[in-house]
Design a protein. Structure first.
Length: 267
């Protein structure tokens, strides 16, 4: 996303990412749509919007103002929000250890955002709210798939999701002036487009199917814990790309990861 923004606006990036991902997914899983029951389509549509459509837009805007590494670290709040929403909405019980993990995670988040704003005064850390909002939507998405779409094939869920959000994404792509000459002939258009193709094919389409399957064969909280490794990988790429990252931010990151570990620990 960070590299794609060199040639596109956030709205162009998000809508193009969704459209390309839909093409990849529907080419592979179009015929699986017939396996979705009529009563399941409500949940398919909901998870399409809260699990992909709106988060894609939120993240595209977030990385215009905050480092990609910080955005990824904040994304590790997904398992904590999964527990909170599972407890509050889906009546899934929680332990004292999980509560302690939630507290640790939010403390780390507060430090990460607060210190990040000091370390990078030119960045608007209010945009971190877009990432946090996305983690809440992701958490709802995970719980809904686990509760209501457990018996639907992972590829069918993904195909259904993207068939539901493809038209809105195409409308967004059009109103974002993507098809105007100044965009298509921009100096960074080709390179930015290649980055978004990679993001759509691997970071969205393939990852979506694998993640849906992981939810079905494990618990909602365990599946959402893939954000552990996302944090490590994105942090490494961010540092290599010249993003500033201080010791206190490292401490805040450890608090978040410790919180997620405590929230997931079974014994």
């Amino acid at each position: 996303m960070k590299k794609g923004l060199s040639g596109f606006t956030p709205l162009q990036l998000a809508s193009l990412r969704i459209v390309l991902s839909a093409i990849f997914i529907l080419l592979a899983g179009f015929y699986s749509l017939k396996t979705i029951k009529r009563q399941q389509w409500k949940w398919i549509i909901i998870t399409g919007f809260i699990g992909t459509f709106f988060p894609a837009i939120c993240f595209a805007y977030a990385v215009t103002e905050i480092d990609s590494a910080v955005a990824s670290i904040l994304n590790s709040l997904v398992p904590l929000n999964t527990i909170l929403i599972g407890f509050a909405i889906f009546k899934i019980g929680s332990t004292k250890r999980q509560v302690l993990g939630v507290i640790s995670g939010f403390l780390g988040t507060s430090i990460l955002i607060g210190y990040g704003a000091q370390l990078n005064p030119h960045q608007n850390y209010l945009y971190a709210g877009f990432v946090i909002l996305s983690t809440v939507m992701y958490a709802f998405n995970v719980n809904i798939i686990k509760r209501h779409l457990q018996d639907v094939k992972a590829i069918a869920i993904a195909a259904g999701n993207f068939s539901a959000i493809l038209i809105p994404a195409l409308i967004l792509l059009y109103v974002s002036d993507f098809f105007k000459t100044e965009t298509l002939k921009g100096p960074n258009f080709l390179m930015a487009f290649i980055y978004i193709v990679i993001l759509a094919a691997f970071g969205t389409a393939l990852a979506k199917v694998m993640f849906n399957k992981l939810i079905q064969i494990s618990t909602a909280v365990f599946a959402s814990s893939v954000t552990y490794l996302m944090t490590v990988v994105a942090l490494g790429w961010g540092i290599l790309d010249g993003e500033k990252f201080g010791i206190i931010q490292g401490f805040a990151t450890l608090l978040i990861l410790m919180g997620v570990y405590l929230a997931n620990k079974q014994n």
